[in-house]
Design a protein around this ligand. Sequence first.
Ligand SMILES: NC(=O)c1ccc[n+]([C@@H]2O[C@H](COP(=O)([O-])OP(=O)(O)OC[C@H]3O[C@@H](n4cnc5c(N)ncnc54)[C@H](O)[C@@H]3O)[C@@H](O)[C@H]2O)c1
Length: 295
Amino acid sequence: MDSLDGKVAVITGAGNGIGRAEAVLLAERGAAVVVNDVGRDLADEVVAEIVAAGGRAEANYADVSDWKSGHEMVRQAVENFGGLDVVVTNAGLVRRAPITEVTETELDTQMSVLFKGTYGLIHHAAAYWKRESEAGRHAHRTIVATSSSAGVPGGVREFSVYGAMKAGIAALVLGAALEFRPFGVTVNAILPHAATRMDALAKGLAEPGPYAPDDPDPLNPRHVANVVGYLASARAAWLSGQVFEITGTQVRQWVPWSVAAEVDDDVAWTGEALDTALATRVYGTLPGGRVIPKR
Ligand SMILES: NC(=O)c1ccc[n+]([C@@H]2O[C@H](COP(=O)([O-])OP(=O)(O)OC[C@H]3O[C@@H](n4cnc5c(N)ncnc54)[C@H](O)[C@@H]3O)[C@@H](O)[C@H]2O)c1
């Protein structure tokens, strides 16, 4: 059930880091992979590595922030590999900056690559799968979207745009899982942790060297790929609308925002009454107390 023989996958941003590990692992399990990356040399290298190991892969150099790119990747998978079964939206970038210093260009770039790039491919793949299902062609079809702990639970300084887009991706997955259920498509999100170029840039560290697949380091991207390999397989067909955080071999289930406490009254709130209710019944502080976020 873990075999992906005969399956076709599209992975965005698969020229490096986590996407690269995912592409290599899915190909090892038998999937034909469309390896997307704006870094042409990177995508070509991954394709060469997969083909040299006896697998099937093709490069795609589209910029995921272009709405047409999703359509193009689906078309490439269907025309050149005969179908589409697995979509991993992984391409991403991060620009760390205080909110007061984010420029309009940075805001637009991150919103387009992270959110529009995810939404666009999901839109085009799901539209294709809906047509397949309506034509009576059924199969296990699945999407893995890449969110981040900067979005779920979020609240990370200087990652405001990135975090908001990643939270949006997790929210998108919850809605998409419900919408796609009638035509048999499952959708889950991951919150990965891995030592990659992006992670190094964000933390001001040197770029990590490539990991051997069996390197047990918890930040080896292969750990993330292992979970994505599972989610892509028929074994995981019962899971949808789930958000998993992956750190090495630790896999954590996250649940959506939930109500933590409530105050209510028979009459409209005055400022004084609401302040007292929140301070005493919700936060357990004295009136006039201050609630300071932990991070
Ligand atoms: N590394 C981590 O710890 C971590 C944590 C949380 C989330 N993530 C997410 O995981 C995903 C992969 O990140 P990574 O750490 O492997 O980074 P990475 O920089 O190693 O890889 C990202 C890849 O995406 C490609 N890319 C960027 N913009 C693109 C575009 N517009 N179109 C197509 N390709 C594009 C880049 O060329 C690069 O090869 C990202 O979505 C990132 O936000 C990573």
